[in-house]
Write a protein that binds this ligand. Structure first.
Ligand SMILES: C[S@@+](CC[C@H](N)C(=O)[O-])C[C@H]1O[C@@H](n2cnc3c(N)ncnc32)[C@H](O)[C@@H]1O
Length: 292
């Protein structure tokens, strides 16, 4: 491991996230091993393959290395990483530790949304099945990217949804920088959240009466974490035919929700959905209380 390029982030939940994903990956390859589909792995925020958590306490094996070291293999591995140094580190790791898989691996250095579009468009999804990991730092994934993934009808997706980034942008009175509003539109696919998460403020102050404003304009946020979670799952359900209703909630040390780990299937087949959802829900079932 080259210390200067090893990426830093996360806490205990980083390991939990990776364990959930790896467990699904193993079950996925096992379920597909005797089927005639090509098996494609896509890691759209791949990192370097190695992680040191922010508190410096944990060294973890990252998603890229976990996928490559699985006993059962994919036919193709696509990794996307925007940071040039990290992409180069990832390439060095593949060449040094997985030379036998090097001809199956393609590493793209660039934006996940743009590169995913390239990858998805070059694969004939009638003959291939894909497992995709969307593990962004924050709000990088565009809704249009999710639509494109759903349209393949062949990809199982794990998406680390940036819950706290969204919640922080949803200001108490609905007034926000236009770039935030545009970011939320891009993240959730449309502007339905404005109606869903805000209501007219029933408390009209004396000042509002006198100025004639108030009832007409004033909004207050009407969105607790549960409601935001339900909305996110509803949005995914509007695009994917099958979505787990039990995303894992990852929290920080102060017990505030940071991310939702969501699972969605793009395959239309009820048989494929039933098996994938059963496995995912079993893995997602919390070991401890998942209240807010
Ligand atoms: C949370 S880390 C992913 C960690 C990785 N899944 C692992 O287990 O090691 C997010 C990664 O995405 C990269 N990144 C950030 N924005 C990106 C973008 N728009 N497109 C692709 N990669 C991006 C970051 O450099 C970082 O390495």
């Amino acid at each position: 491991m080259t210390q200067q390029n090893t990426q830093q982030f996360g806490g205990n939940w980083t390991e939990e996230k990776l364990n959930i994903f790896t467990e699904y990956l193993t079950a996925y390859l096992t379920a597909l091993q005797n089927q005639n589909f090509g098996k494609v792995y896509i890691d759209a925020f791949a990192g370097t393959g190695e992680i040191v958590t922010n508190d410096g306490e944990q060294h973890l094996v990252g998603s890229a290395k976990r996928a490559l070291s699985s006993y059962l293999k994919f036919d193709r591995y696509y990794f996307i990483e925007e940071n040039k140094k990290k992409a180069a580190e990832l390439q060095r790791m593949v060449d040094a530790e997985y030379p036998h898989l090097a001809d199956r691996v393609t590493i793209y250095c660039g934006d996940a949304n743009a590169r995913l579009s390239e990858i998805i468009n070059q694969i004939d999804w009638r003959f291939n099945r894909g497992l995709l990991f969307l593990d962004p730092c924050a709000t990088e994934v565009n809704w249009t990217t999710l639509t494109m993934i759903a349209e393949t009808k062949s990809i199982d997706m794990w998406y680390l949804f940036p819950f706290s980034a969204l919640n922080r942008m949803l200001t108490k009175d609905g007034n926000m920088d236009p770039t935030w509003a545009a970011c939320i539109d891009r993240l959730l696919g449309d502007s339905g959240w404005r109606i869903e998460f805000y209501k007219k403020d029933p408390q009209i102050s004396l000042f509002d009466f006198e100025s004639g404003s108030g009832e007409r304009d004033r909004l207050i946020k009407d969105a607790n974490p549960e409601r935001i979670k339900e909305y996110i799952i509803g949005r995914l359900q509007s695009t994917f035919p099958c979505v787990s209703k039990h995303p894992r909630i990852f929290k920080n040390k102060n017990n505030s929700p940071l991310f939702l780990f969501c699972f969605a299937i793009s395959n239309d087949s009820e048989k494929a959905q039933g098996l994938a959802l059963k496995i995912a829900n079993h893995i997602l079932k919390p070991k401890t209380n998942q209240g807010w």
